[in-house]
Design a protein around this ligand. Structure first.
Ligand code: IMP
Ligand code: MG
Length: 466
């Protein structure tokens, strides 16, 4: 790994499927690397995503879930940055910040001035749309989609900069106008709501023990409460707000290194994923580079040893049976953001090839971190390398098929593997049993890539590294 990282100033970790691949752990492992007693990476950067993401790490027998703050914030001596393509939810952020400061009181976290804020109406709309039966996507309900819609409309948006005390007058005007813009759609949903809408709003938990109902009065947005709460956030955010990109670029010029944390995965990308069952941002390498404002010298594609998906949308290798239930339990596949049981299935090489190609430059060999291989212990896994769409075989993921055709795709051909033996406690590639090595080799063949990290347990130390 040292040899791979030598001379690389910007290294990104990103996911090839639907998120939840164990990126947090890989970022945490890389961030905890040392160079003569000091952290190898000086900065960790979260350029996109929002509170919809959940990065779980286990340190000293404690589990931490991060949604907005880069998961490396627990490591002292590394500065963390939240970039301008993030959908930022202050309440979630402050909850995470207090968890970070408990463990690492010197944590330094910086947020870009231009980062867009998820406002209460975004969260309300996200949830009301999801229960209204008008094209349910299975969102996380955190308001990310509506916030990005507002951003793209370029009207009625709120950014970190607008919350700062010096801009309070502007902020109040913006809120008044934004409420006028959001209210017709909110009224439509509240008037047509099947049941008690107040109860529904109370059922939507915001972090810090609050529910969405706090920002509503008589089914209407409570303007004064919103202004008061968000200006208060602005005061607290002021010392952390900055031009993040300028800071990072300067530090890169002076020889420092940055580790970039991707969010979600290729198939949740707005353009390249399984649209419309995707998130509201760009999640491939190119999208992440765009969000970050810097190019990456090296990319590590995180591939989970089997597949999972939360939310609706195609999943041709899904195991909706007892085998799937066993795999879910074995991998503890329950959403870290919503707690929803994740859909599980075998690794999908058709999808994997498409994703890795999208994340790899022409002159590069793809590098892969294969996570959660220990979960397959005792299973005889399969890897699907061909779909059957309307009874024809298709080895390639292609947009020539409609989303419904991909949803109805069946497994055409699969590689079958022998029962995987235990890999717990193994610390080198040489020490891996043949059954695990066969699985690894097949993934390298499929992707023409190299597996440089294997995850064999939830703890930071449970990795096998090349
Ligand atoms: P949204 O991002 O909340 O709008 O949800 C859109 C789709 O992306 C849904 O299927 C979500 O379950 C999925 N999604 C969003 N963020 C994540 C993530 O971090 N991990 C896994 N799925 C996600
Ligand atoms: Mg996750």
């Amino acid at each position: 790994m040292r040899a791979l990282l030598a001379n690389k100033k910007s290294v990104a970790v990103l996911d090839t499927f639907f998120g939840d691949s164990g990126k947090g752990k890989i970022v945490d492992y890389l961030a905890s690397m040392n160079d003569s007693g000091k952290p190898f990476f000086h900065m960790v950067y979260r350029p996109n995503g929002g509170p919809n993401t959940g990065h779980t790490i286990n340190v000293e027998n404690k589990k931490y879930v991060f949604h907005l703050i880069p998961s490396a914030a627990l490591i002292s001596g590394i500065d963390c940055f939240i970039g301008r393509a993030v959908a930022f939810e202050p309440r979630c952020f402050f909850q995470e910040l207090s968890q970070v400061l408990d463990k690492n009181p010197d944590a330094k976290i910086c947020i870009d001035y231009n980062t867009h804020i998820i406002m209460p109406w975004h969260i309300a709309l996200d949830n009301l749309r999801e229960v209204s039966n008008t094209g349910k996507i299975g969102t996380t309900g955190k308001g990310v989609g509506p916030c990005m819609e507002t951003k793209n409309s370029r009207k009625g948006f709120v950014t970190v900069e607008m919350l700062l005390p010096k801009n309070s007058k502007l902020f109040i005007d913006v809120v008044d106008n934004a409420i006028k813009k959001a209210e017709p759609e909110l009224n439509f949903f509240t008037e047509n709501f099947n049941g008690n809408v107040n109860e529904f709003l109370r059922s939507i938990n915001l972090p810090l023990g609050m529910t969405l109902a706090y920002f509503f009065k008589d089914k209407k947005l409570d303007r004064d409460k919103i202004i008061e709460a968000y200006l208060e956030y602005g005061k607290k955010l002021e010392p952390m707000a900055s031009d993040v990109l300028a800071l990072i670029k300067n530090r890169l010029k002076s020889g420092e290194r940055v580790l970039v944390e991707g969010t979600q995965g290729v198939f949740l990308d707005l353009d390249h994923g399984t649209y419309p069952f995707v998130t509201a941002g760009l999640t491939t390498r190119a999208g992440l580079e765009h969000a970050a404002g810097i190019y990456f010298d090296l990319c590590i594609n995180v591939v989970k040893s089997y597949a999972t998906r939360v939310g609706n949308g195609p999943f041709p290798t899904e195991l909706a049976d007892d085998l799937g239930n066993n795999l879910r339990d074995s991998g503890n596949e329950f959403g870290s953001t919503t707690g929803r049981p994740r859909r599980v299935g075998w690794l999908d090489a058709v999808a994997l090839k498409y994703a890795v190609e999208l994340n790899t430059r022409n002159d590069e060999k793809p590098l892969i971190a294969l996570t959660k291989l220990d979960v397959l212990e005792g299973f005889s896994p399969m890897i699907c390398d061909e779909y059957k769409i309307t009874s024809n075989p298709h080895p390639k993921f292609s947009k020539e098929f409609s989303i419904t055709e991909i949803e109805n795709a069946k497994i055409g051909h699969c590689f079958k593997f022998e029962r995987i033996e235990s890999i717990k406690g193994i610390s080198s590639f040489n020490g891996l049993p043949q059954t695990a090595l066969n699985y690894i080799k097949k993934i390298e063949d499929i992707t023409s890539g190299e597996i440089v990290i294997v995850g064999n347990g939830p703890e930071r130390e449970s990795v096998i590294v090349k």
